[in-house]
Design a protein around this ligand. Structure first.
Ligand SMILES: O=C([O-])CC(=O)C(=O)O
Ligand SMILES: [Mg+2]
Length: 388
């Protein structure tokens, strides 16, 4: 059993939307196919992966370092004899050969994307959905039947007035979501408060609305927003300051007793550990948003979950960033608290399996081998381009 090829391609996910820090007018992402010599249903098993929005395609790093290391390795060393399958941990170690610690910038995205494709292949070789494989291997066979999801959107874009923002949020509720998320921080506080109040008119109460500043604020601005947001009783206040400014996050907690969320821009278990040690995050109410597709994949994610456990955090406090099916599988199989969803943006990568409705804020997973990409037609069409 061996990996015979790993292919990658950079695809556009450009759109006119903006958050408080970046616009997505030139956004790209990598797609990856891990081609194996294992045959199922008369065809070679191919695992697919892609990286989440917000970091660009990582083709150069994959081509120059990570793909050659896997293809040049002794194939026997990448096999999990016990499970008669590929070994994602051995493949991960091979990819990370001769990589120094620290500085988790873009390579964590490159490795995370290949790792997603490896796990897709592993679950396909086993003939089961990935969440089932994870629950069987690591959670005594118990998987969550459905996963709580919230609808992320509410971006800034040219010509978007409050009535359009309200229409967007109403359409999420119509599609079964109970909690929605909108961007803040790209306009003055007073204007954001008017936008928030417009959305509250649609969703009804603060506990159905999360806001996301995308790391834009200095401490003073973060605190000013905290004071203004407090009376709304929001679902969470996300990424107020720079993702690596743990002191800011800790100080902010002194001014805001409602739930806060952060972590989408932390790409390793060491960074996650620093946040939990020094960021003042509160395990009884705050949320962690680590995204495997940006942070060295599921192999590293398991280390992050271990770090959390060691520091007294339930895995249920994790609601990953990224709105992709990989995190949805991890959520169901490893008992996370939920998953982000982008019903309208970042297509075809956002959203879940076709024909599986969101009901009362929860979504079920399709019963197909692997991550479930084949159950999302528009996405599968894009991924297939790597092998057709
Ligand atoms: O706008 C983005 O970069 C995405 C983001 O923060 C989120 O989904 O939480
Ligand atoms: Mg965010």
């Amino acid at each position: 059993m061996r990996i015979v090829d790993i292919r990658e391609k950079t695809v556009s996910i450009a759109s006119p939307i903006a958050n408080a820090y970046i616009d997505f007018s030139k956004m790209t992402c990598s797609t990856v196919a891990v081609v194996t010599d294992v045959v199922r249903d008369g065809r070679p098993v191919v695992g697919f992966g892609f990286n989440s929005n917000g970091r660009y395609g990582q083709g150069a790093l994959m081509r120059e370092r990570f793909i050659p290391r896997v293809l040049e390795a002794d194939a026997a060393g990448l096999v999990d004899e016990v499970n008669d399958n590929l070994d994602p941990f051995a493949i991960w170690r091979t990819m990370m050969t001769n990589e120094k610690p620290g500085g988790h910038g873009e390579r964590s995205v490159a490795v995370g994307t290949i790792d997603m494709a490896v796990w897709d292949a592993v679950a396909k070789i086993a003939g089961v959905p990935l969440y089932r494989l994870l629950a069987d291997r690591y959670r005594n066979g118990v998987a969550d039947r459905t996963v709580w999801v919230y609808a992320a959107g509410g971006y800034y874009y040219p010509g978007k007035d409050q009535s359009k923002l309200k229409d967007e949020m109403r359409s999420y509720l119509d599609r079964g979501y109970r909690v929605v998320k909108m961007k803040i921080g790209a306009v003055p506080l007073e204007e954001d408060l008017r936008r928030i109040e417009a959305v509250l008119e649609v969703v009804g109460s603060g506990d159905r609305l999360a806001v996301d500043a995308n790391g834009r604020f200095d401490l003073e601005t973060a605190v000013a927003y905290a004071r203004a947001l407090k009376p709304y009783g929001l679902f969470w206040y996300e990424e107020a300051g720079d993702p690596l400014d743990y002191a800011l996050q800790a100080e902010l907690a002194e001014h805001y007793d409602g739930p806060m969320a952060t972590g989408e821009n932390l790409f390793s278990h060491q960074d996650a550990r620093n946040l939990l040690r020094h960021g003042g995050m509160r395990p009884d109410r705050d949320y962690l948003q680590f995204d495997c597709a940006l942070s060295y994949g599921l192999v590293e994610y398991m280390r992050t979950l271990e770090v959390m456990e060691g520091l007294g955090w339930s895995s249920r406090r994790v609601v990953p960033h990224g709105g992709h099916q990989m995190s949805l599988n991890i959520a169901a199989g490893l008992h996370l608290g939920g998953n982000e969803s982008y019903p309208d943006v970042f297509q075809p990568f956002g959203g879940f399996a076709d024909g599986v409705p969101v009901e009362d804020g929860h979504v079920a997973l399709p019963d197909v081998p692997g991550v479930g990409f084949e159950a999302k037609a528009a996405l599968y069409e894009t991924l297939r381009e790597l092998v057709d």
